[in-house]
Design a binder for this molecule. Structure first.
Ligand SMILES: [Zn+2]
Length: 357
């Protein structure tokens, strides 16, 4: 393990007018807005992948937040959400630091695809959200890239992290947050968002969220609907919740916007995942956020002749959280997921109300 970044290192390069850094220590930065390209892992030809970073350094020291948009390359709502959050910040009226990091999975972003295409083994695809905290001497480029970002950009500059995602290509999420309620501070942050659903969730091994959890840093994974395009209503909910978090920590001033309590966010702790049992065309009988009851048929699958080859029913009461948007469905692919409460799987979960506080 390297020692955390003690100072900002400028490589001396400038890219499109923006200085290149190989290490950042935000305490070196004067109040104001700063743009950098962070020098990531080299490609097979020896040139580097560069990651865009914007730092808003407040007039006074305070909480340091990082907003990450682009651990997966086909997830674009996070980019607009983080850009909009940053556009509302004024360093002279801010306390602390807000750092936006875009397009972390650079080659995946270039192809609008979830996974990082490597040159190894004829083009192995790697999920950058399963390799954190990375390893600068790891066995593949994405793992090394994550290690550089973790050691030299995140580790010594972050008190609170918000990692923005969407569903993968072919599917769609509600406006959704994964939050580990074992840490009360994380629960409090999640409920500052006026989102549709929140899942109390311990996190996925190797995810950026899990790396921050293990480092003792409050963090959430925020799923802003579907991939590949901009969903303005969900982006607006994300911006409102994120600004609430900044107000909560005193980074910016102003009254809180709407929260989970105001919009009646549905909270669960479990997913029932329905997967295709065979191949065929999928007709969905429910949509995102629909309430379902045990035994309810939620999808029908037909073969090319139009014969029904499968019907899918749920066994719990809850709300639809994710859906397949691709109508062709291979055996084993995810049809949908129901968010529910393990404490009341047959009677449905709870919406946030005043009683929960
Ligand atoms: Zn993602």
């Amino acid at each position: 393990m390297l020692t955390p970044a003690e100072k900002t290192i400028y490589t001396g390069d400038t890219l499109q007018g923006v200085p290149v850094i190989s290490q950042l220590s935000v305490k070196d930065l004067a109040p104001g807005q700063h743009r950098f390209f962070f020098q990531g892992v080299p490609m097979g030809t020896g040139q580097h992948w560069y990651v865009p970073v914007v730092v808003m350094q407040g007039a006074q020291p305070g909480k340091r937040l990082v907003l990450t948009a682009g651990v997966h390359g086909d997830e674009l709502n996070p980019v607009m959400a983080v850009q909009q959050i940053m556009s509302q910040l004024h360093p002279t009226q801010m306390t602390g630091t807000v750092m936006a990091v875009y397009d972390l999975s650079r080659p995946a972003k270039e192809y609008t695809q979830r996974l990082w295409p490597t040159g190894q083994k004829g083009g192995a695809l790697i999920d950058l959200n399963r390799v954190w905290p990375g390893d600068e001497m790891g066995d593949d480029a994405p793992t090394r890239h994550a290690g550089l970002l973790w050691n030299r950009l995140f580790q010594s500059n972050v008190d609170v992290a918000l990692d923005y995602h969407t569903a993968s290509t072919g599917g769609e999420f509600t406006m959704f947050i994964f939050a580990d309620f074992r840490n009360p501070e994380i629960r409090q942050l999640a409920e500052l968002f006026p989102v549709e659903q929140i899942k109390n969730d311990p996190g996925e091994s190797g995810s950026l969220e899990m790396a921050f959890v293990k480092a003792g840093i409050p963090v959430m994974t925020i799923e802003i609907g579907g991939p590949r395009s901009f969903d303005r209503p969900k982006i607006a909910m994300t911006v409102e919740g994120s600004l609430n978090v900044l107000k909560h920590y005193g980074v910016i001033a102003g009254p809180l916007g709407r929260t989970a309590k105001d919009v009646g966010t549905f909270i669960g702790d479990s997913f029932e995942t329905i997967r295709s049992t065979t191949g065929g065309y999928l007709e969905l009988l429910v949509d995102l956020q629909d309430r379902v009851t045990p035994g309810q048929t939620v999808a029908i699958q037909r073969n090319s002749f139009g014969d029904v080859v499968a019907e899918y029913a749920v066994s719990v009461a809850g709300e639809v959280a994710t859906l397949a948007r691709d109508a062709v469905s291979e055996p084993g692919s995810r049809v949908l997921q129901i968010l529910y409460n393990s404490s009341s799987p047959l009677s449905g979960g709870s919406h946030v109300s005043g009683d929960d506080y």
